[in-house]
Design a protein around this ligand. Structure first.
Ligand SMILES: [Zn+2]
Length: 387
């Protein structure tokens, strides 16, 4: 039997692969696959049809439904432009912390999950354990849905999913949904002295952005429902994080591109927000076309991640609470793959080592105490699975 690595050694290995979302994750997936194979575990891949990336999933224990699923993503955010004190892709231990890109978000958890799966292989499980490693999470959770579909057709169906995003090992039972659009306003160029005969893509785009300002003000002023009230802020937000367009100060802008994103509180339907935004686009587009027939607004969905709805007596939540002893109620305003697992029929909860405040930062780290708490958690989880 091959050598067993510690969780730390596995994390160090995972972090050595610079799996920024724009790059292939196949070297990492190859490594995980062969490490699991060296311990007699068969893994399966979902390979992306359009790019050199794959998700990996595996099942250990009796071939029955009801597995606990440990879910993590393999991609990390870029390090370009960030000021790091050490190589982001080499784990460095300093001041009680492990530094490296992904230590916190979320290769630390991935390593613990891989470790637990290998341990489980040598135990006599009564309840199976599954591992699910996705890609393209950091660019809008777009890798998980096809992976979940593939898992369901190949493995016995799991029932409780633990998504190990950094939560300080607390049970996070709800999060907002994310809905984002790329909007391209196409105007009609004229000399700005004759602007009444042209269509400025920028000025029309500004109307759509101001529509978002009004929605934010309305949402903020409204009394939140019981579900929404748990969130900070307790309302759906509409945000434009990027904009570009125009040619010169004296030309009505031909093009304006911007990124519009909604963070939708559970209990509100993202489809309603989509329809409201598209209706406003139609309204403004019609006015633009009165001036020039070729003016238009193109919009495409960048991502659409369902919210995680707090579950009534949720199985995943109960399992995590029984291990951590945490009975507080925790919700977050960022999206994770937990909403997607829930939508696919699983009970889902977010629980993993580290603090989201350290994610995506230069000198990202997970504290050794948190990493060890994650290790303890996995040991207790394994005890639950042997009955
Ligand atoms: Zn993450």
């Amino acid at each position: 039997m091959a050598e067993k690595l510690t969780p730390f050694e596995i994390m160090r290995q995972l972090i050595s692969f610079p799996t920024v979302s724009s790059e292939s994750n196949l070297p990492l997936i190859d490594w995980v696959e062969s490490y699991l194979a060296s311990h007699g575990i068969t893994s399966h891949r979902y390979s992306d049809p359009d790019q050199p990336k794959a998700a990996l999933f595996a099942h250990v224990g009796p071939q029955i439904d009801g597995a606990v699923v440990m879910s993590g993503h393999t991609d990390v955010v870029p390090v370009v432009g960030q000021d790091w004190d050490s190589d982001p892709f080499t784990v460095v231990e300093r001041d009680g912390k492990y530094f490296g890109r992904g230590t916190c978000d979320m290769k630390g958890f991935d390593a613990l999950a891989i470790w637990a799966l290998v341990e489980a292989q040598n135990l006599d499980l009564v309840r199976p354990l599954q591992l699910a490693l996705s890609y393209d999470e950091e660019i809008g959770c777009i890798g998980a849905p096809p992976m979940i579909q593939a898992m369901q057709s190949i493995l016995p169906k799991g029932s409780a999913v633990i998504v190990g995003e950094p939560s300080m090992m607390l049970a996070v039972t709800g999060h907002k949904g994310g809905l984002a659009f790329d909007t391209h306003v196409i105007g009609f160029e004229v000399h700005s002295s004759l602007m009444h005969t042209g269509v400025s893509a920028i000025m029309q785009g500004a109307r759509l952005i101001d529509w978002a300002n009004h929605r934010n003000a309305e949402n903020m002023a409204r009394e939140p429902g019981a579900l929404a009230a748990q969130f900070t802020p307790p309302w759906t937000t509409c945000h434009v994080g990027m904009i570009e367009g125009g040619t010169a100060h004296n030309i009505t802008a031909k093009d304006c591109h911007f990124a519009m994103a909604f963070r939708v509180v559970p209990g509100e339907d993202a489809r309603t927000w989509r329809e409201a935004y598209l209706a406003e686009i139609k309204r403004i587009e019609a006015e633009m076309q009165v001036v020039h027939a070729d003016a238009r607004i193109d919009v495409s969905t960048k991502f659409d991640v369902p919210a995680l709805m707090p579950e009534q007596h949720g199985e995943a939540e109960a399992l995590v609470r029984s291990i951590t002893g945490d009975n507080g109620s925790h919700v977050v305003s960022y999206s994770t793959e937990a909403g997607q697992f829930q939508q696919a029929g699983y009970s889902a909860v977010v629980c993993g080592p580290g603090d989201i405040a350290q994610a995506h930062q230069p000198n990202e780290y997970v504290s050794i105490a948190q990493f060890n708490a994650g290790h303890d958690f996995m040991q207790h989880l394994l005890q639950r699975l042997v009955g």
